[in-house]
Design a protein around this ligand. Structure first.
Ligand SMILES: *Cc1c(COP(=O)(O)O)cnc(C)c1O
Length: 456
């Protein structure tokens, strides 16, 4: 590194003066000073003070194969020396871009054989919108432009993907959602269902989609998009009845079904893709995060043959990114997906480590603060409530979550708070011993939080 500074304080000063952080109150961060991560291995991080931290979030839900895999470094080094860059516009490709496309066709569900590359989940969800619009234009149904998604869904941070997402706190910082993006209720059984059983509520929540389609007119609706499990929104696991019903409604009204697999994809739920865990067959899937385990930016939209067949009739598609199919990113993603496949990591999430993680997480059901434990595979959440009997929430919302997150920070464990839900999404290579450590530390932080908020 060319900047040499002697202490954490100096790095913090430099950062404060020159670096605007995403999703951060910069004034508040300035007062506190930023944490500086310096290296990582497996499921552990180290900071500039030498503290060892267990990463229960796999970075931002992305480091599926864990930190420090030399194969990925080697793939990047080799590709950078051979061909650091060329583009995929103008009837050209590079071998890594094509090899990755072919590997993706192999690991994605039957009938998905083509990828359109981007560099982030947000970009690829913009691509989803462009593909949906192009598809229906080619079909001669030029009014089918509106895209329906869920309140509190997360699809990214560009203007289109943030509009597609249902985060009110993002929308209110701009004229968003932009026209053509509308939202329906999220399938959050615990808070929305009253005394309905889960599957009954799943059907009811899916029917919100049909109501919206009928309200807008099916001739005006192009697609529905959702995360199989809503991640950033709080790891909201829909009832099993939900997705099959959503699919039925989409087919009935001739609406494209898109699965945002940015978090669930590449093994998180114990299958290669979340749609396989929840029993539906999308027309397109957005992929990012776990695609390269976060080692390098890359994303893609995987497109089903039935959509590709139409796009083949549609002439030039005037959309793409300078780095679509970047050869270095493609080589790293290829090495990453090969590791996931060849080491049986996803199978292990399904049959061994996922069930162990879920069982350990469910031990928190008895904790006085925990109203609901939910999850699948290696993703999970603890919903903290003020009163377990009545499901009464904290006031203000997020009070307990924020306190718990601060205790986690102090105790060298990274799990994330969304509102009052504590979220887990560790690297898929985590061991049982490391899960035990994660749970012990989480318990300590929950106990401290319970004391602070007076729920014991
Ligand atoms: C993170 C995320 C995105 C956005 O990806 P970026 O790479 O941050 O642009 C989109 N969808 C889901 C479900 C995500 O979790």
């Amino acid at each position: 590194m060319n900047l040499v500074l002697n202490s954490t304080a100096e790095w913090q000063r430099e950062d404060r003066e020159h670096h605007l952080h995403p999703f951060t109150d910069i004034a508040q961060l300035s007062k506190k000073g930023v944490r500086i991560i310096t290296r990582a291995d497996g499921v552990y991080l180290w900071d500039s003070e030498g503290e060892k931290i267990i990463d229960g979030m796999a970075g931002l839900w992305c480091v599926n194969v864990g930190y420090g895999r030399k194969e990925l470094v080697d793939a990047a080094t080799k590709q950078m020396s051979e061909l650091a860059y060329y583009n995929t516009f103008f009837q050209t490709t590079t071998m890594p871009a094509t090899a990755l496309a072919s590997l993706l066709a192999e690991v994605t569900p039957e009938g998905m054989n083509n990828v359109f590359y981007g560099n982030s989940g947000s970009e690829s969800n913009d691509t989803v919108a462009r593909l949906v619009w192009r598809y229906w234009d080619t079909m001669g149904k030029t009014d089918k432009k509106t895209i329906i998604s869920r309140t509190n869904g997360y699809h990214g941070s560009t203007v289109a993907s943030a509009s597609m997402g249902g985060m009110g706190y993002m929308h209110k910082q701009g004229p968003m959602p932009i026209p053509g993006f509308v939202h329906i209720e999220q399938p959050h059984w615990y808070f929305n269902a009253g005394d309905m059983d889960e599957d009954e509520y799943g059907i009811k929540a899916a029917h919100k989609l049909e109501e919206k389609i009928l309200e807008l007119g099916a001739e005006n609706v192009g697609a529905f998009i959702g995360e199989p499990i809503q991640g950033a929104g709080g790891v909201i696991v829909p009832p099993d009845s939900y997705w099959p019903e959503i699919q039925k409604i989409c087919r009935k009204h001739d609406i494209l079904l898109v699965s945002d697999e940015v978090i669930c994809g590449f093994g998180r739920t114990g299958e290669w893709f979340g749609c396989q865990s929840f029993g539906f067959e999308p027309d397109m899937m957005t992929m990012a995060k776990g695609m390269s385990s976060g080692y390098i930016p890359i994303s893609g939209v995987m497109v089903h043959d039935r959509v590709v067949d139409v796009l083949r009739e549609s002439g030039d598609f005037n959309h793409g990114y300078t780095y679509s199919g970047h050869p270095v990113s493609s080589a790293v993603a290829h090495a990453n997906i090969s590791i996931l496949r060849d080491e049986g990591i996803i199978e292990r999430v399904k049959t061994e480590i996922g069930p162990y993680f879920q069982a350990r997480l469910r031990e928190f059901s008895d904790h006085p603060l925990v109203g609901q434990v939910r999850g699948r595979g290696l993703i999970g959440a603890l919903e903290l409530v003020k009163n377990k009997e009545t499901r009464e929430r904290f006031d203000p919302a997020g009070r307990a979550g924020t306190i718990c997150r601060d205790h986690c920070f102090e105790n060298n464990i990274i799990i994330r708070a969304t509102g009052d839900a504590m979220l887990f999404s560790p690297p898929l290579v985590i061991t049982k011993g490391e899960i035990d450590e994660l749970m012990e530390k989480a318990k300590k932080c929950l106990d401290l939080t319970a004391q602070d908020v007076g729920v014991i």
